[in-house]
Design a protein around this ligand. Structure first.
Ligand code: FES
Length: 368
C-alpha cells in the first residue's frame, strides 16, 4: 500500500494541553503534556513547512485551548503564507474582538466554536467554567461580525441531550450554516466519566428523530452533522477516515500520531518531531502502517463488504473496550464483545446523576 499512499489531507496541531475549561468529557490523555514540554514557535512553523511541502491542504489549530498560546497569530500567518486553509478549534472563552482581528489579519479561514449547552449552570457543570455561555455567545458575535466561515459544535451528553432542539433553534436564529451535533466519544479523561455522561437509548432515539426533522426544515440553509453515540451503533465509524489515511495529529510535545488517542496504544512506537519528519512518520513509520488499509484485519473484518468504508472502526476503542487494539471494534455487531458493550451502555445510562469528575489543572494564558 505504501507505493500508492497519498500524503495526509489535513494536519491537526494540538498546540497545547492547557485549557481554561476542565471538561468532564475531555478526550485528551489522562497525563497531559506540561507547558514546558510544548514545541516552540519555530518547531510549529517547521511542521507547517513540512505539511505544505507534503501537499497537505488544511491545518486545524487545536488543544487544549489553542488561544492559550501567544504565538497563535504567528502560526496562522505562517500557515496562510504557505497556502494552508486554517481552522481554529476553540472553546471561544478567550476570544474577543481584538484577538480575532489579529487572527483574521493573519489569514485565519475558519472557526469551530464549541458549546456545552446554552444554560450557564449546565455548561458550568460539564466544563467547570463559570459564565462560559455568555463568553461563547460574545465570541460567536465577533466571528460573525468578521464574516469568517464558522461551524458551531454542540457537545452532547446525557446532561444536555434533551436541549438539542433549543441548541438547533439558537443556531438557526443566528443564521449558522454548519452545525455539528457531536455526541461525546469516550477517550482519555472522558472515558473515566462515561457512566456519568452516556445518554440513554430513549434520548438517542429522540435526538435522531429531531435531527431528521431539523435537516428537512433547514435544507439548503443549515447543514447538520450528526454522529450517533458509538456504543449504540451496529456498525463502527470510519475513525479518522481510516487509520493513517487522511489525518496526521501532532501532540504538544511533537509526538506524531494518526489520531488523537493513539498514544494509548503503547505497543506501538510513535515517532516524534523533530527527530522524525512528517513524511518519515507518514510513509515509513511501522506505527502508522500498523492498522492502515485492510491487510491487518482479522476475520470477519477482512471478508466484510464494509471493510473499505469503516476501515475496521476505531483501534483506540477496540483497545479500551476489548483490551486489544488489533481485534474487532466492539461497536460492530459482529464483535463477540458487542452485546456486552450495548448492555454496559444501557446500564450506565440508567444510573442517573453520577458525579462528574472535572479535569484538575491550573491554567495560565500566555501574553495576558
Ligand atoms: Fe484512535 Fe479511533 S481514536 S483509531
Amino acid at each position: 500500500m505504501t507505493d500508492a499512499l497519498s500524503p495526509p489531507l489535513a494536519i491537526l496541531l494540538e498546540l497545547t494541553h492547557r485549557c481554561p475549561l476542565r471538561c468532564a468529557y475531555c478526550s485528551n490523555p489522562l497525563a497531559l503534556t506540561p507547558a514546558a514540554d510544548e514545541l516552540s514557535t519555530a518547531d510549529w512553523c517547521a511542521i507547517l513547512d513540512q505539511a505544505a511541502a507534503q501537499g497537505m491542504l488544511q491545518v486545524h489549530f487545536s488543544g487544549g485551548e489553542p488561544m492559550a498560546r501567544a504565538d497563535l497569530p504567528q502560526l496562522v500567518a505562517h500557515a496562510s503564507r504557505l497556502g494552508l486553509y486554517s481552522n481554529l478549534i476553540t472553546s471561544g472563552v478567550l476570544l474577543n474582538e481584538a484577538k480575532l482581528a489579529v487572527l483574521v489579519e493573519a489569514g485565519l479561514n475558519h472557526v469551530q466554536l464549541s458549546f456545552q449547552g446554552l444554560d450557564e449552570a449546565g455548561a458550568e457543570a460539564l466544563s467547570g467554567f463559570k459564565g462560559g455561555v455568555a463568553k461563547k455567545q460574545a465570541a460567536l458575535a465577533c466571528v460573525q461580525a468578521a464574516d469568517l466561515a464558522l461551524t458551531l459544535n454542540f457537545v452532547i451528553t446525557r446532561q444536555n441531550a434533551d436541549q438539542l432542539d433549543a441548541m438547533l433553534s439558537y443556531a438557526e436564529q443566528h443564521g449558522i450554516a454548519r452545525v455539528e451535533v457531536a455526541n461525546t466519544q469516550y477517550y482519555g479523561w472522558g472515558l473515566q466519566n462515561r457512566a456519568a455522561l452516556i445518554p440513554s437509548e430513549a434520548q438517542l432515539d429522540a435526538m435522531s428523530t429531531l435531527v431528521a426533522a431539523w435537516r428537512e426544515r433547514v435544507k439548503g440553509r443549515m447543514v447538520i452533522d450528526y454522529v450517533i453515540p458509538d456504543y449504540y451503533a451496529r456498525r463502527p465509524k470510519a475513525c479518522m477516515g481510516g487509520w493513517a489515511q487522511r489525518f496526521l495529529n501532532v501532540m504538544p510535545d511533537g509526538t506524531l500520531l494518526p489520531c488523537h488517542a493513539a498514544q494509548t496504544l503503547t505497543h506501538l512506537d510513535f515517532p516524534r518531531f523533530p527527530a522524525s519528519t512528517l513524511a518519515e512518520a507518514w510513509f515509513e513509520s511501522p506505527a502508522f502502517a500498523a492498522y492502515r488499509g485492510t491487510a491487518w484485519m482479522p476475520e470477519p473484518c477482512s471478508g466484510c463488504d464494509n471493510k473499505e468504508k469503516d476501515w475496521g472502526g476505531c483501534r483506540c476503542q477496540a483497545l479500551a473496550l476489548a483490551g486489544n487494539a488489533s481485534t474487532l471494534d466492539p461497536v460492530c455487531e459482529h464483535s463477540p464483545q458487542h452485546q456486552q458493550v450495548v448492555t454496559m451502555a444501557r446500564r450506565e445510562a440508567q444510573l442517573g446523576d453520577v458525579p462528574l469528575q472535572l479535569r484538575r489543572f491550573s491554567f495560565a494564558v500566555e501574553g495576558d
